[in-house]
Design a binder for this molecule. Structure first.
Ligand SMILES: *[C@@H]1O[C@H](CO)[C@@H](O)[C@H](O)[C@H]1NC(C)=O
Ligand SMILES: *[C@@H]1O[C@H](CO)[C@@H](O)[C@H](O)[C@H]1NC(C)=O
Ligand SMILES: *[C@@H]1O[C@H](CO)[C@@H](O)[C@H](O)[C@H]1NC(C)=O
Ligand SMILES: *[C@@H]1O[C@H](CO)[C@@H](O)[C@H](O)[C@H]1NC(C)=O
Ligand SMILES: *[C@@H]1O[C@H](CO)[C@@H](O)[C@H](O)[C@H]1NC(C)=O
Ligand SMILES: *[C@@H]1O[C@H](CO)[C@@H](O)[C@H](O)[C@H]1NC(C)=O
Ligand SMILES: *[C@@H]1O[C@H](CO)[C@@H](O)[C@H](O)[C@H]1NC(C)=O
Ligand SMILES: *[C@@H]1O[C@H](CO)[C@@H](O)[C@H](O)[C@H]1NC(C)=O
Ligand SMILES: *[C@@H]1O[C@H](CO)[C@@H](O)[C@H](O)[C@H]1NC(C)=O
Length: 680
């Protein structure tokens, strides 16, 4: 039996046939039941997902790819047991995990996937995650996003968002009746807006919040992972979007229904309600009608899943796959292999395109300068400018830099003397755009010129070293496209390496959590002057004491680079929205330094003609992506250690009320009065 499966799988791999051994019985194809449907039940979706047995060849391929790609991830040994006080938040030995998963048996390929995905998510590092498009066909929804509100006595309770019905009826017009019919006749869905949630599945709601915090991943701080349960907003390239939160939007069909005890606004009686989750097909899912077409259309590698030899690619362009772009936490760009380096999160939850309801969308005057994911506003006090920045990516870097400068200069010329930068749900993007924003707000000084970001280091493993040697000795990268090309980097004194300088030698040898590790020498900045495509002004635009950075804590990657340098070097204050009052709130999550994905590492290896080296990851046989931190930023307060494990505590946790929650203008106005008025 085993032999048969292996032989069959080899055949599959060789012929890229679409048939994969399936465990279906009774001749009923569980994937045919959901094929062609827009809305399905999570039970039916799971029945399809779990109908495929583990294919040992594909299992080994995925584990090998992840394992060998992790050799390029800077943080593997740190994450075995992060330094105090982060140990409790990050303690995962990935190589041990992969060994366990290799030998473990799973009832289905889906169960294997859930274990792999959760294992990587336990790093709470949104750069280092495993995503398999095969299990991202549908998103699982409830029409009642939750929020954490604080009453007049300072008590915090979970509530159904006051705007829940406005959001759900606009987003799910074709499904809302299914949910309405599940409720008792006395309870109209709309009447649940703002209701207090006393119990979820018979328990205190925070039991569910904390259970989710253990599996949501991406952000180290517990407070931020708790906040991920709740709804929030983001300014994106489609305007203001509404993030449903992990309770009411799941990337996997984890839950079939939920039972809540609720108390509606101004009432004392309570109701027990049960609502079904409903799964909606994702816009990027390729249509299918049965198991075979599901696997063929959504599970096999696509253009960009694997890397290319840049010397053999006629257009010398290696596109990122649609899969990578879908899960990167920045609006997708038609990115080809460019030298504009990014630091950006990956998440199993794609960016939301649910609209923030009109009643909550800012209606204060827009100031020109806006671009893809950035917009400028002037508050009615005529002295507070707001820069809403949902991403450091998604537009061209030129448009971002020129827009940032234009918008801030316009705010100033209209009379703004103080600035709120709202980076809610900003998952990063271009590194140089983050450094540019720091530089133009505070002006030229020793913290912004030449280095407005963090010094970094790359991991110095044996295969990385061979890539550098191939570049130097065999000129495999004449266009200087590769990450490992010395021509692309500066040393710690910000002097460019010579094109034949082996920057990985000698390595910096360290022992981390008992493991021998090696890193490159310290790297300086690479953004100035040429990476700044707009010339920064000679004077700062706003005094740091008059700048406040606000978010729901879900600011990471390049957003962390911007916020951390603004806070620790310039003294800027920060606000986190709506966190639990007895949990420390951090103004940013994962830091990293520069992120990349398996396919880009594979391009380095193939271009250096090293694909047959035993340390090289194989080509992936599935439509998946493994992300990594390629360079890790050094700290500001302790410059000898990574910034990743230094504190980022917010100045203020703004407790949310029904008037404030998910209402950007109300929030900005409150922050202006609390932190930027003359008396504050
Ligand atoms: C991962 O790679 C290491 C070598 O770097 C090897 O020793 C280990 O067995 C691999 N683990 C798995 C699960 O393949
Ligand atoms: C606040 O506390 C007082 C006294 O315990 C109580 O009467 C009141 O109902 C509470 N208010 C709220 C909004 O819970
Ligand atoms: C969802 O499912 C998970 C795992 O099966 C369970 O732990 C959790 O309590 C469920 N959540 C809800 C809201 O039912
Ligand atoms: C609840 O009561 C307050 C005060 O009477 C009123 O302003 C508000 O409109 C009521 N809200 C709802 C949903 O009934
Ligand atoms: C490919 O390699 C050849 C020989 O080294 C070189 O002349 C050519 O410029 C390379 N082409 C590209 C696109 O890198
Ligand atoms: C930067 O300048 C400030 C004064 O403006 C000085 O206190 C500080 O030591 C300088 N830092 C460095 C690294 O030169
Ligand atoms: C950077 O390179 C320059 C020129 O080779 C050298 O003088 C300087 O010492 C180097 N800085 C570091 C930190 O290695
Ligand atoms: C790897 O491939 C190169 C040619 O690309 C060849 O010269 C070399 O011998 C191969 N190495 C191994 C270990 O097979
Ligand atoms: C700001 O919001 C808080 C609730 O978090 C509220 O207590 C306070 O009165 C508000 N302040 C202003 C000035 O609106």
């Amino acid at each position: 039996m085993i032999t048969l499966v292996v032989l069959f799988s080899l055949f599959v791999a060789a012929s890229t046939s679409t048939e994969i051994p399936s465990r279906q019985t009774n001749n009923i194809d569980p994937c045919a039941i959901i094929g062609g449907q827009k809305w399905v039940s999570p039970q039916d979706l799971r029945a399809c997902y779990t109908s495929f047995a583990v294919d040992p060849v594909i299992k080994k391929n995925i584990i090998d790819t992840i394992n060998k790609t992790l050799a390029f991830h800077t943080s593997v040994n740190y994450e075995i047991s992060a330094p105090e006080p982060f140990t409790e938040l990050v303690h995962e030995d990935l190589l041990k995990d992969l060994a366990r998963i290799s030998s473990q048996l799973y009832p289905s390929d889906y169960d294997l996937h859930v274990d792999l995905s959760r294992t990587l998510k336990r790093l709470n590092d949104g750069h280092c995650v495993w995503i398999n498009s095969c299990y991202a066909l549908f998103l699982n929804f409830l029409p009642i996003p939750l929020v954490l509100l604080t009453d007049s006595n300072g008590t915090q309770n979970v509530h159904i968002a006051p705007e829940a019905f406005a959001v759900a009826s606009a987003e799910f017009p074709d499904e809302i009746s299914v949910w309405q019919e599940a409720l008792p006749p006395a309870v109209q869905l709309q009447s649940l807006d703002g209701a207090k949630v006393l119990f979820i599945e018979g328990q205190d709601p925070f039991v569910a919040v904390d259970a989710n915090a253990l599996i949501t991943g991406s952000f180290q701080p517990l407070g931020t992972r708790q906040n991920s349960f709740f709804s929030s907003y983001q300014f994106g390239d489609n305007g203001w979007t509404y993030i449903m939160g992990d309770f009411s939007q799941q990337s996997l069909p984890l839950n079939d229904s939920v039972t809540l005890v609720v108390q509606r606004v101004n009432e004392t009686t309570t109701y027990t309600i049960e609502l079904p989750y409903r799964a909606r097909i994702d816009s990027s899912t390729v249509t299918f009608t049965d198991s075979a077409s599901y696997r063929a259309n959504n599970c096999l590698p696509i253009l960009g899943t694997n890397g290319v030899d840049l010397n053999e690619t006629s257009d010398s362009a290696a596109p990122l796959s649609q899969t990578v772009m879908k899960f990167q936490q920045q609006p997708s760009i038609s990115k080809t292999f460019t030298k504009e380096r990014v630091n950006v999160m990956l998440d199993t939850m794609p960016l939301s395109d649910v609209a923030l309801p009109p009643s909550l969308t800012p209606s204060v005057p827009v100031v020109s300068g806006g671009f893809g994911s950035g917009q400028f506003y002037m508050l009615p006090d005529q002295i507070t400018g707001v820069f809403a920045l949902g991403s450091f990516g998604g537009d061209t870097i030129d448009a971002m830099m020129s827009g940032m400068l234009e918008g801030l200069v316009n705010l100033k010329s209209l009379g703004a003397t103080q600035l709120i930068v709202d980076v809610s749900n900003n998952g990063g993007g271009f590194i140089c755009a983050a450094e540019f924003l720091h530089r133009i707000i505070v002006g030229p000084k020793n913290t912004t010129v030449p280095q407005a970001g963090l010094d970094t280091e790359a991991r110095d493993g044996p295969l990385a070293r061979l890539i550098v040697q191939e570049i130097i000795q065999n000129n495999v990268d004449p266009e200087q496209m590769l990450l490992y090309n010395p021509a692309n980097w500066n040393n710690a004194s910000n002097v460019a390496f010579a094109t034949d300088q082996d920057w990985l030698l000698p390595p910096v040898d360290l022992t981390i959590n008992g493991h021998a590790d090696a890193f490159s020498q310290r790297l300086g900045q690479e953004c100035q002057p040429n990476g700044f495509t707009t010339i920064p002004p000679d004077e700062g635009l706003f005094p740091a004491s008059k700048v406040v950075i606000v978010s729901n804590g879900r600011c990471a990657s390049s957003c962390s680079l911007f916020s951390i340098t603004m806070v620790k070097e310039e003294g800027v204050r920060t606000v986190v929205l709506g966190g639990r009052s007895d949990v420390q709130q951090a103004y940013c999550g994962t830091v990293g330094g520069q992120s990349t994905v398996f396919s880009e590492i594979d391009t380095e290896i193939k271009t250096a003609k090293l694909k047959n080296n035993t340390l090289a990851p194989p080509d992936l046989l599935v439509n998946g992506v493994q992300g990594i931190t390629w360079r890790l930023g050094f700290g500001i307060q302790d410059p000898t250690q990574p910034e990743e494990w230094q504190l980022h505590l917010a100045t203020l946790n703004l407790l949310l009320t029904p008037d404030l929650v998910n209402n950007p203008v109300a929030i900005w106005t409150n922050i202006t009065e609390q932190l930027l008025s003359d008396s504050s």
